[in-house]
Ligand binder design. Structure first.
Ligand code: FAQ
Length: 313
């Protein structure tokens, strides 16, 4: 088949909402765009383990510690599904991981903020996992089959994470003045960074138009951000907490909440590596890569031995 007919076949599948699979022909730009997004998504999952892991040794009860351990392990698993999905596109895990370590690939801006108190752990589960789900439910219908299928399993687990986060903040909201103040402080610090997770406004999002035409993204950054705000503000009110946004108001005419301007300077500073924890997060991942080298070597020697034994049999 000629490139033109392959392209026509690809376009027809996208138009008919059929999945593109790993062995199907696809335009190189589609492949590269997916490696970029899935790779960055995978990096976000494994860097995302770090802020919460900070509280595993200090969780207030054994039950909270067990739940938090399980959640952080889930995030590692999500990273692994996503690295595998990226590998189906022809990149190696090692290559994209090195690009994370040398700053050539991004990970979500949200994980460059510190977790200062226990309420931060609940707020991450409620707001950050809540935002991740809104984004990822849409990705369950992404046109690339291996990515969409990984998302289905991830969303089930993220939904549990969001509920455990909300349960933890409900307990704090029903607590004493100091506990309520700690929760409000965590909300104040995480509210705006959570809104930034959805990416720049549509007018400033260089990848959105093409990603939507390819049906990788089904909704724009602004549409998903609005969906998140509309579903989260009632939860905030149920806790009798407030958002640090004096312009947040219900708009009867549109049926949506209106909200204030996001500080995009802060967002781009964090993307450039100037966030509070960028350096610390990458150093932690670098150390894990270096100290884990013996595990990778042992695993590859074992794999080679098993292959040789199989060939000899
Ligand atoms: N942080 O043109 P767009 C989680 C970059 S998982 C950093 O709009 P796009 C689980 C973007 O990459 C959270 N960079 O880009 C968990 C692009 O740069 P590039 C992660 C950002 O791809 C919970 C540039 O800005 N989720 O939380 C951010 O069309 C709790 C221009 O932007 C995903 O990755 C940002 N917030 O839309 C774990 C979901 N926003 O690549 C532990 C999958 C934008 O051209 C604890 N990804 N950029 O150099 C997506 O849906 C999309 O990639 C967007 C960005 C929506 C994030």
């Amino acid at each position: 088949m000629t490139t033109n007919s392959l392209q026509a076949h690809f376009d027809a599948k996208i138009a008919a909402d059929l999945s593109i699979e790993a062995k199907d022909w696809m335009p190189d730009a589609y492949r590269q765009n997916l490696i970029r997004q899935i790779g960055q998504h995978a990096h976000s999952e494994i860097v995302g383990m770090l802020p919460e892991a900070n509280w595993i040794t200090r969780a207030p009860t054994l039950r909270r510690k067990a739940v938090l351990l399980a959640k952080v392990q889930d995030e590692a698993g999500h990273g692994l599904y996503l690295y595998s999905a990226a590998e189906t596109l022809g990149c190696t895990r090692q290559d994209i991981y090195q690009k994370l370590l040398n700053g050539k690939m991004k990970y979500s801006s949200i994980f460059n903020y510190p977790t200062l108190n226990w309420a931060d752990v609940g707020v991450i589960g409620w707001l950050v996992d809540g935002a991740a789900i809104i984004n990822q439910v849409a990705l369950c219908r992404a046109s690339y089959g291996p990515y969409a299928r990984a998302m289905v399993k991830i969303c089930k687990e993220e939904s549990f994470h969001q509920r455990q986060g909300y349960e933890a903040v409900m307990v704090l909201a029903a607590g004493n003045d100091a506990q309520r103040a700690m929760l409000q402080d965590a909300i104040n610090r995480f509210w705006w960074p959570t809104l930034m997770m959805f990416g720049p406004n549509d007018s400033d999002s260089p990848n959105s138009a093409q990603s939507m035409a390819w049906k990788i993204k089904r909704f724009s950054n602004d549409e998903l951000r609005q969906k998140f705000i509309d579903s989260t503000v009632p939860q905030l009110e149920a806790l009798s907490m407030t958002a640090p946004d004096p312009e947040l108001i219900w708009d009867e005419t549109t049926g949506h909440y209106r909200f204030g301007e996001i500080d995009w300077d802060e967002f781009y500073q964090v993307l450039k590596g100037q966030g509070i924890c960028n350096h610390e997060r990458l150093e932690t991942r670098r150390r894990a890569w270096e100290t884990g080298s013996w595990v990778r070597e042992a695993a590859s020697v074992h794999a080679k031995k098993m292959a040789a034994r199989k060939n000899a049999a």
